[in-house]
Design a protein around this ligand. Structure first.
Ligand code: ATP
Ligand code: MG
Length: 361
């Protein structure tokens, strides 16, 4: 008997609390069907009520509490009416990302049957790619400053920092992912025609790593035309690797082309498993619909599928559980029930229960 996977459950704020029970319901159903042993640990912090009561989003020993975990299953954080977003975000999620070295941000982008697509003429199957964003370096630094402030000569400088180690580990992950998929294509977001030092350097890093992956076709796209192609030719993409800023933009643009934000999942990975990885829906706490019980739970449930795939990769059961969850999601999106964001009138619980019922077989 292998040790059960240890999963920290943090529902967070707003609809995070409504979609989490449905995510857990589907996790349990998939684990039972595929013989995966999960131990769930619920923590009542990393939400704005904790901040209001204690002046901190998380207890001082949060890292010790989470460090024995294999994964963190996260709902949503933020309640801007009482706590500014930068406080709640920097006090929780961004700490996890940095302290647990979750350097890969994964966002699958897929168009499902039954979901209206904002791009005309696109059908299910036309959009099916994964954005792999570098999550720890790049453009998001505090290096720089304003000089000659308040004068006519005022200038501002902000540095971007990329390391060889950071770029190559991200690229290696992206190539491995591309190699594991049927189409074996990797697109690199670059801008080597305009950002004349760091982007040619990224191109070279990609060429160097590509030598170890002769089966993968590498294409480089300047970020401007890449964004346009997400809209005009989404079917040409399979795996898309990008620096922190480019990846941030692409991983919002991609899901926006496939219907509601209520579907989009994400994973923040530490692929070496030295620290727990984090799985969460792309959407936020949605204060405008919180309390009505109508939030779409599918992004939360799909994020759970990514988690099982990652945790149990070695055994094959993780992939099987992932695929079964995605298939159950496909079925429910096609046949209903649907939440109001997809034009239906079902509630969160009904959609979660329908997906769990398909999973149970
Ligand atoms: P963040 O602060 O995380 O960047 P945000 O606060 O800008 O996000 P969300 O909380 O994601 O945005 O909400 C944006 C819009 O999408 C809102 O109108 C919200 O109701 C809707 N929305 C978000 N998630 C869901 C969901 N799971 N189901 C239905 N509607 C959703
Ligand atoms: Mg928000």
């Amino acid at each position: 008997m292998t040790r059960p996977f240890q999963i920290a459950v943090l529902a967070g704020d707003g609809i995070g609390r409504e979609v989490m029970p449905e995510g857990l319901r589907c996790l349990r159903a998939a684990a039972e069907r595929f013989g995966l042993s999960l131990q769930l640990h619920e923590f009542d912090w990393a939400h704005c009520d904790h901040y209001l009561a204690h002046g901190q989003m998380m207890p001082a020993d949060w890292k010790a509490q989470l460090s024995g975990m294999d994964a963190i299953y996260f709902g949503a954080v933020g309640w801007p009416e009482t706590v500014p977003d930068h406080v709640s975000l920097w006090g929780s999620l961004l700490k996890f990302r940095r302290e647990f070295d979750q350097y890969v941000n994964l966002r699958p982008v897929r168009l499902f049957e039954g979901v209206p697509c904002p791009l005309t003429g696109r059908r299910a199957g036309d959009i099916d790619y994964i954005v792999v964003r570098e999550n720890t370096e790049g453009e998001y630094t505090a290096l720089g400053g304003v000089m000659f402030e308040g004068t006519e000569r005022e200038i501002v400088v902000q540095e971007s920092v990329y390391s060889r180690h950071g770029a190559e580990r991200l690229l290696r992950f992206a190539f491995e992912l591309a190699r594991s998929r049927p189409r074996r294509r990797l697109a690199l977001a670059t801008k080597s025609n305009g950002i004349a030092i760091s982007m040619p350097w990224w191109d070279q890093r990609a060429d160097a790593v590509a030598r170890d992956f002769p089966e993968v076709a590498l294409e480089k796209h300047h970020i401007d035309i890449l964004a346009a192609r997400f809209v005009l030719q989404p079917d040409r993409f399979d795996v898309v690797a990008a620096t922190n800023l480019f990846g941030d933009i692409l991983s919002d643009l991609g899901p926006a082309t496939t219907g509601t934000i209520g579907l989009a999942p994400s994973a923040n990975l530490n692929p070496e498993r030295s620290f727990p990885s984090l799985f969460e829906p792309v959407h936020g706490s949605a204060p405008d619909i919180y309390g009505k019980g109508i939030a779409n739970p599918i992004a939360m449930i799909w994020s759970g599928a990514l988690m099982l795939d990652f945790l149990a990769r070695g055994t094959g059961a993780g992939r099987a559980a992932h695929d079964a969850i995605v298939q159950a999601i496909e079925t429910v999106l096609r046949d209903g029930p649907r939440t109001p964001d997809l034009g239906g009138n079902a509630n969160t619980r009904e959609v979660g229960a329908a997906i769990a019922a398909h999973l149970a077989g």
